[in-house]
Ligand binder design. Structure first.
Ligand code: SF4
Length: 237
């Protein structure tokens, strides 16, 4: 799966979750998560700045989300991505995100926190799902692994909200991400911030910001399986 932080062949298409991968269109159950977020932000009492524990997948995806949400929230940006292989790639993505946060201006402070790199947890979470095509159950398990750890820490830390940058990608399933977020919200006692960050030109803005900050844009989603598919694509072009 090629996500918004990627270069080769990335589709700059708003709201097109099938892009050029042949994935099936996503059923969003008619909910407009961006509108829900707009309403939530509008209802923040004047003079208050809620705290947000934000799971970040990479610098390009986070660029727009941080620019946008730091106008309303005090953000702890949590980089927890045990799916990424190999370790050098993991390090490179971590460093890019950390650099972006240092260089980007924010209205309210953004604090970067790197979680542990524990690839064994990813392989455990997707066991038996390895051969499922990208965009399917393996990816849902991967979203959940990363979001669960974020929700757990947000709950323990007494944050007002938690969410993830993942929905900015035209290739990620926003309905599924929000469904998982709402389930974890109940489990860990922390409110989930609804999201579909690709809306309102969010994806387009992330591409602009990536160019502005010279961010590294990977050409595969992150795991060994997506890397293999990237290699196959390159062989056939
Ligand atoms: S890293 Fe792999 S399993 Fe996770 S969302 Fe990307 S393609 Fe799916």
């Amino acid at each position: 799966m090629r996500q918004s932080g990627e270069t080769a062949g990335s589709a700059i298409q708003e709201d097109d979750q099938t892009a050029d991968t042949g994935e099936q269109p996503v059923n969003t159950n008619k909910r407009n998560f961006q509108k829900e977020l707009d309403a939530l932000i509008q209802n923040i009492p004047e003079g208050t700045v809620p705290s947000l524990f934000l799971h970040s997948c990479c610098a390009p995806c986070s660029s727009y989300v941080l620019e946008y949400l730091s106008n309303y929230f005090r953000i702890t940006d949590y980089y927890y991505n045990p799916n990424i292989q190999p370790q050098e790639e993991y390090r490179r993505r971590t460093q890019e995100l950390s650099r972006l946060i240092r260089q980007q201006p924010h209205r309210y402070p953004v604090t970067f926190v790197e979680g542990p790199y524990e690839p064994e947890k990813f392989f455990e979470a997707v066991r038996g799902l390895e051969d499922i095509p990208e965009g399917g159950e393996r990816c849902f398990a991967c979203y959940e692994l990363r979001m669960r750890e974020s929700a757990r820490l947000a709950g323990e830390g007494g944050f007002d909200y938690f969410t993830t940058t993942l929905s900015i990608s035209p290739l990620k399933n926003a309905a599924k991400i929000n469904e998982i977020g709402e389930r974890l919200s109940e489990q860990y006692g922390v409110k989930h911030l609804p999201s579909d960050f690709k809306k309102k030109n969010g994806y387009k803005r992330s591409v602009e910001l990536s160019a502005e900050y010279g961010l590294y844009r990977q050409d595969y989603c992150g795991c060994v399986f997506s890397r293999r598919e990237r290699d196959e694509r390159n062989k056939n072009t």
